[in-house]
Design a protein around this ligand. Structure first.
Ligand SMILES: [Zn+2]
Length: 296
C-alpha cells in the first residue's frame, strides 16, 4: 500500500491487490482529514485493507470520527465498510438497491479477493441528488456514468474531486447503450464546471483536468474514434478498452433484441480489430458466431 498526500488535507491510499501480471489495476481509497473527522471515499476489499488505513490515520492524527462514502456498488469499493460498523456510511439510493440485490452473491463468487473477514455492511445514509457538508466544505453528489448509481465527492477547500470509476486512464469503460451514454456525458460536463486542481480516480494515478478532458472527448465521439487509429501513439490499452466497449455496446443491444444495432457494433469491432490485431482467435470465433446468430 502506498500513501500520497495531496492538497492540504487529502491522502490517497493506493492498493495493488487487484493487479495481475498482465493487468495493472491500482485501486485508491481517498481520505479527507477535516480536522474533526476522516472522510473515507471507498473502502476497497475488506477490514484488513482498512486496518492499514486506520492505523496510519490514528497514528498521525489521533482518533476521530469516520464518515464513509461509497462511490458505487461494485465490490472493490465497499467490502471494507465492515471495518466501520458504527460509522455513517453514505451512498446513493441506487447503490443501496444494487447492493441489497447483488452484494452477497458477488461476495461469495469473488471470495478469494476479500481481505479479512468481510460482512456486507450496508450504507445507512442515503441520498438522491446530493449531500452537502457545509462546515467541512465537502459535497457528495450523484454522477451517473460508469454505473447508474455512481457518485462523486468534491472537496472545495482543496479543489480535489474523487470520481470513483467515472474517469479512467486512458479511457473509461462503458456499461450502457448510447442513450445511457448521454447521461454519462452530462455527469462529466458537470465536473468541468467545478474548480479542480486534482482528480482522484478509483483506479490509477492521481490526475488533473486533463484526464477529464480526454475521457469526455472519447465519450463524446464514441462509438467512433476521434482520431485515426495509431497504436504507437495511443497505446495498446486504449484499443483494448475501446474494443471491450464496442463488445459491451453490441451485447447490450443484442440483449435488448435490437439486432440491427448489435450487428452494426460487432462488425465495427471486427473492422477495428483488423487494424489493431488485439483479439485472440477464440474471441474472434465467438464474435463471428454472434454475428451469424444475429443475422438470422
Ligand atoms: Zn472499481
Amino acid at each position: 500500500m502506498e500513501i500520497t498526500h495531496i492538497g492540504n488535507r487529502g491522502m490517497v491510499f493506493t492498493f495493488d491487490d487487484l493487479s495481475s501480471p498482465d493487468y495493472a489495476c491500482p485501486t485508491n481509497v481517498y481520505v479527507i482529514h477535516t480536522g474533526k473527522s476522516f472522510f473515507i471515499c471507498d473502502t476497497f476489499l475488506g477490514p484488513a485493507s482498512m486496518k492499514e488505513v486506520k492505523e496510519y490515520l490514528e497514528k498521525e492524527y489521533g482518533e476521530k470520527e469516520y464518515i464513509i462514502f461509497n462511490s458505487h456498488s461494485h465490490w472493490d469499493h465497499h467490502w471494507g465498510n465492515s471495518a466501520f460498523p458504527k460509522s455513517k456510511i453514505i451512498a446513493h439510493e441506487l447503490c443501496m438497491e444494487d447492493m441489497r440485490e447483488n452484494a452477497e452473491s458477488i461476495l461469495e463468487k469473488n471470495a478469494k479477493f476479500k481481505r479479512g473477514k468481510v460482512t456486507i455492511t450496508y450504507p445507512n445514509l442515503l441520498f438522491k441528488n446530493n449531500l452537502n457538508f457545509d462546515e467541512e466544505q465537502i459535497l457528495i453528489f450523484h454522477s451517473p456514468g460508469h454505473t447508474l448509481d455512481s457518485s462523486s465527492c468534491y472537496d472545495s477547500a482543496d479543489k480535489v474531486l474523487f470520481v470513483g470509476d467515472n474517469l479512467e486512464e486512458p479511457i473509461p469503460y462503458i456499461n450502457s447503450n448510447l442513450e445511457g451514454l448521454k447521461v454519462y456525458i452530462e455527469s462529466l460536463k458537470y465536473y468541468t464546471s467545478l474548480n479542480i486542481d486534482a482528480i482522484v480516480p478509483g483506479h490509477g494515478q492521481v490526475s488533473d483536468k486533463s484526464l477529464l478532458e480526454a475521457n469526455l472527448h472519447y465519450l463524446e465521439n464514441f462509438p467512433n474514434l476521434a482520431e485515426l487509429i495509431d497504436i504507437e501513439k495511443q497505446g495498446k490499452s486504449f484499443y483494448i478498452v475501446h474494443l471491450a466497449n464496442l463488445n459491451r455496446l453490441a451485447t447490450i443491444y443484442a440483449d435488448e433484441k435490437n439486432n440491427l444495432e448489435a450487428l452494426k457494433y460487432f462488425k465495427l469491432l471486427l473492422e477495428i480489430n483488423e487494424q489493431v490485431n488485439l483479439y485472440e482467435e477464440e474471441s474472434l470465433k465467438t464474435i463471428n458466431q454472434r454475428i451469424k446468430d444475429l443475422d438470422k
